[in-house]
Design a protein around this ligand. Structure first.
Ligand SMILES: Nc1ncnc2c1ncn2[C@@H]1O[C@H](COP(=O)(O)OP(=O)(O)OP(=O)(O)O)[C@@H](O)[C@H]1O
Ligand SMILES: [Mg+2]
Length: 224
């Protein structure tokens, strides 16, 4: 399995007391699987993605990324596991504001010691695929929201991860560009990866072979 969530529970702890978000959530994703998660705003979709990506520790339960629990590793091993295995498209993009599009796309793989010439070649291909070539030297503040979204996806895929976690990656896109993004995610799953897509967009969710919902803290699978 590329991702296993076992009996996960999570509350946000605030001074007023705990705010329970997820209760005993279970999910397993194998290679070649494309899953979507839907549910109302505030139900915990971004929370479950952060937990799945090794970025937010659950209160209870286990997370296995390709068999390893990021929360049971030391911080440098956990960082290496994430860098090697996980591509993350954040709902707020989190592009680095002082780096151009191409440098944002390459930043994570240069950080893990990838050769610059190879990184540049891959980044150029990714920019062509996501129609970013003409914006290669723009800063994030000089991009549209949809261009930021495509830059974030190109960055997430550049190190050829096994697991792609994408939070509303088509939220700012017109149908043509949304199609490019969804095709890229489908191809990623078909070539041996696993995709977990959070979306409010029904037509995007329909691309997934497995469909989940979160309601009142409970994650359930509704059939593909
Ligand atoms: N760090 C935090 N501390 C306290 N509460 C939080 C924190 N982060 C999120 N929440 C609350 O937890 C709930 C779930 O948040 P989450 O971001 O997972 O929702 P979501 O399903 O992704 O919503 P949306 O569809 O609007 O993106 C929300 O009600 C939010 O207000
Ligand atoms: Mg969210």
């Amino acid at each position: 399995m590329l991702l296993e969530l076992k009996n996960l529970s999570k509350a946000y702890h605030r001074s007023e007391g705990p705010l329970p978000i997820l209760t005993e959530a279970n999910l397993s994703l194998a290679a070649n699987e494309f899953a979507s998660i839907q549910g109302p705003s505030g139900c915990g979709k971004s929370t479950i993605l952060l937990i799945s990506g090794g970025l937010l520790k659950p209160d209870e339960g286990d997370v296995l990324i390709d068999g390893k629990d990021p929360y049971k590793l030391g911080s440098s091993e956990s960082t290496s596991l994430r860098a090697a295995k996980v591509g993350f498209v954040f709902q707020q993009f989190y592009l680095i504001p002082y780096l151009t599009v191409i440098d944002n796309i390459m930043a994570p793989i240069l950080a893990v010691g990838q050769n610059r010439a190879l990184a540049t070649e891959r980044a150029r291909k990714a920019m062509a695929r996501f129609k970013l070539t003409e914006r290669s030297n723009h800063l994030p503040s000089e991009l549209s929201a949809g261009e930021c979204q495509r830059t974030a996806l190109a960055r997430a895929l550049l190190n050829q991860p096994s697991l792609l976690l994408a939070d509303e990656p088509t939220g700012n896109l017109d149908p043509d560009n949304a199609g490019i993004v969804l095709d890229a995610m489908t191809e990623f799953a078909d070539s041996g990866g696993a995709v977990l897509l959070v979306t409010h967009d029904e037509s995007a969710a329909e691309r997934a072979g497995r469909r989940f919902r979160i309601e009142n803290g409970h994650l359930s699978e509704s059939g593909g």
